[in-house]
Design a protein around this ligand. Structure first.
Ligand code: B12
Length: 215
């Protein structure tokens, strides 16, 4: 069976906003020893994206998006402790400063990346959402991180990655940190001056670990 088939029940129930069914299915898959990373990557994330498509097509309203975010957050409460246990904790990792950029309040992806980075041993400084460039710069000056991570989900706010990175350059900090941007592919790393673009938190964690252990 392909992963699409295995997780189609989660995707379909999510799409219909069947909260209890999604949660039941997550628990059921875990009991069947399905990997938490796969449940998230092939079930919950595509399910939530389907809700986004319905919103775009005006079949769903903002209240439905909020409800979908709640289904996702409740599911993550179940998966987080398992993800934390399955990620290999490295003996010496590094520091991460992370935030969702200005005028953007989407934080589900950011929080997943943070969970994985903490689990792998990173000291995480979470700036939250709607974070202006100055706050990134201040935090980088204060804690001297190895990695700066930024998330943006809107076409408008993804433009802000460059503003933040330019500010880091002006402050002489850009070359001291590994800059990771993430969310849907709205811009490329090259366009905004980041080191890497990631639309998968698990790959993001691997990339961060590789980069920091190289130092
Ligand atoms: C849930 C949701 C909301 C919730 C957010 C709740 C929350 N606490 O986050 C609410 C209801 C608040 C919301 C509001 C809005 N939303 Co909204 N939302 C979504 C939805 C359905 C899901 C987003 C999500 O969480 N996905 C799941 C996560 C896990 O995926 P992800 O963020 O991509 O993260 C993964 C990777 O990208 C990666 N990652 C993410 N960041 C980073 C960073 C780093 C460093 C790394 C390494 C990895 C990484 O890791 C994650 C796991 O692998 C999307 C639809 C979609 N296609 O995504 C629309 C969507 C993003 N929203 C959209 C819009 C338009 C809005 C509003 C403007 C609606 C309105 N009219 O008010 C507002 C904007 C509010 C604001 N100023 O930010 C549009 C954006 C269109 C565009 N291209 O600009 C979308 C695409 C829906 C659509 N199809 O129209 N939204």
């Amino acid at each position: 069976m392909s992963s699409e088939e295995i997780f189609s029940d989660i995707v379909e129930s999510f799409k219909k906003l069947q909260r209890n069914k999604v949660i039941q299915l997550v628990n059921l898959k875990l009991m069947e020893r399905v990997n938490a990373e796969d449940i998230l990557t092939h079930g919950l994330v595509p399910g939530l994206r389907e809700v986004g498509i319905k919103f775009e097509n005006k079949e769903y309203f903002l209240s439905d998006l909020l409800f979908a975010a709640d289904i996702m957050n409740t599911s993550m409460e179940i998966l987080n402790p398992i993800l934390e246990r399955t990620v290999e904790k490295m003996p010496s990792t590094g520091k991460l400063v992370m935030g969702t950029v200005k005028e953007d309040i989407h934080d589900i992806g950011k929080n997943i990346f943070i969970t994985l980075m903490k689990a792998s041993g990173f000291e995480v400084h979470d700036l939250g959402v709607d974070v202006p460039a100055e706050k990134f710069v201040e935090k980088v000056e204060e804690v001297n991180p190895d990695v700066v991570g930024m998330s943006a989900l809107l076409s408008t706010t993804a433009q802000y990655f460059k503003v933040i990175i330019d500010r880091l350059k002006e402050s002489g900090l850009r070359d001291k940190v590994f800059v990771m941007i993430g969310g849907p592919p709205l811009v490329t790393a090259e366009e905004v001056g980041a080191d890497v673009y990631c639309n998968n938190a698990f790959q993001g964690m691997e990339t961060a670990l590789e980069n920091v252990s190289k130092d």
